[in-house]
Ligand binder design. Sequence first.
Ligand SMILES: Nc1ncnc2c1ncn2[C@@H]1O[C@H](COP(=O)(O)OP(=O)(O)OP(=O)(O)O)[C@@H](O)[C@H]1O
Ligand SMILES: [Mg+2]
Length: 428
Amino acid sequence: MRTIAIINQKGGCGKTTVAINLASCLAAHGKKTLLVDMDSQSHCAVGLAVPEEQIEQSIYDVLISNARGEPIRLAEVLWQISESFELAPASIDLAAFDQQMIGVVDREESLKHVLDKVGNDYDYAVIDCPPAVGLLTFNAIRAASDVIVPVETGYFSLHGLSKQLDTLSVLCKQCSQQINVMVLASMYDIRTKMGREILGELRKQFSDKMFKTTVNFNTKLKEAASLGQPISEYDPSSKGHKDFESLAEELIGTDTQTRRAEMVGTLQSKLDKISASAEELLSNIKTPQPQKIAKADTMGQVTPQEAPEAATVGQKVAQTAAATPEKTIDEKIADFYGVRQLEDSVMFVTLYPRASSVQIAGDFNNWQPDGTPLKKVGTNGAWQIKLPMNKGKYRYRLVVDGQWQQDPYNEATESNPYGELNSVLEVH
Ligand SMILES: Nc1ncnc2c1ncn2[C@@H]1O[C@H](COP(=O)(O)OP(=O)(O)OP(=O)(O)O)[C@@H](O)[C@H]1O
Ligand SMILES: [Mg+2]
């Protein structure tokens, strides 16, 4: 059995989508496939229409009962999804797993012991991991022959990536098995300049450690998940399904090859290298968002007529600008993403190609987004607003189609009382 752990400590980068749809495509190829949900959010069950209220026992019970010496067999908690596809669902108890296992010998090998027992029953096990590095993720790594790191092709995912690879490297230090770690570009939106640029850099840096297949952003994948179906059932003609077909084939193609797995020493140094590359990549690509926003030259709205020339952009973008002076309007706007202080106001520019409304709410408008809608500019899906602001420190969030979120182009954040992050800016 080949055991593939889907890992990235960054939330929402597509782990569960990859886990469900890869498992389902492997099964459609006649491979007996087990999907193991190690995330207490139980999203695999939700995404496969397994009624949560009817899950009496989960992978948690199997792991805990094994640790306590009265093992429940894995087969007792499985749900059949299709002919060759079974799910070991998660449950909320997994959130207490780390605590419950304190003092248990070999507690990081619990999942490995359980999966070893069914190694002859399946061709593949796919493990969906939580967005955190803890005992659950460590268990997945210890059980894995392969790790897939889905990387959303956006600026902040690169931050996550470098941290993630550092952590993987540390965890692998403690393992003795061979693991093949591969990066998978996910939620790729070819229409955005940042997406294209990041994908290019990822390919350059990771080369043979990256899947040829890219999982594109495809709303059918979102719809399929919300209806509890894998994409192969929901819309087999969709681009989303083609991408997962291609990923499954790419993976199956390496079944018989000598795996590119390395012993831990080599793997570790490789991960260290990749992690350093991710940092470098980040510094090449990023549009710096200083903690305190810098005073820019007087600059009005970012309009086609007066698109910014003096944008404080990252090295790479700046060099590109010098080499190719005729930037498109969209590229000029892209140089501006984030927050920027003007003479007596602040300009917010962000990118949401699929949104139909973007508003801003902060302590400067009593957290009332309705009166401050951003305006769509350019053709790429950029949005902007210029707000008069006095000196001071402000917190804000963007409201995108009614959903509150932090500004993806402003690194400065602060936790809010709801356990989420507010974006922060300081006007001098
Ligand atoms: N390729 C894609 N195209 C469109 N939507 C996607 C794609 N991949 C994921 N999504 C959507 O993005 C959201 C987050 O995806 P998903 O749940 O797979 O991420 P995750 O990494 O498992 O999140 P978490 O860290 O919370 O477990 C979901 O609404 C999902 O439907
Ligand atoms: Mg998930």
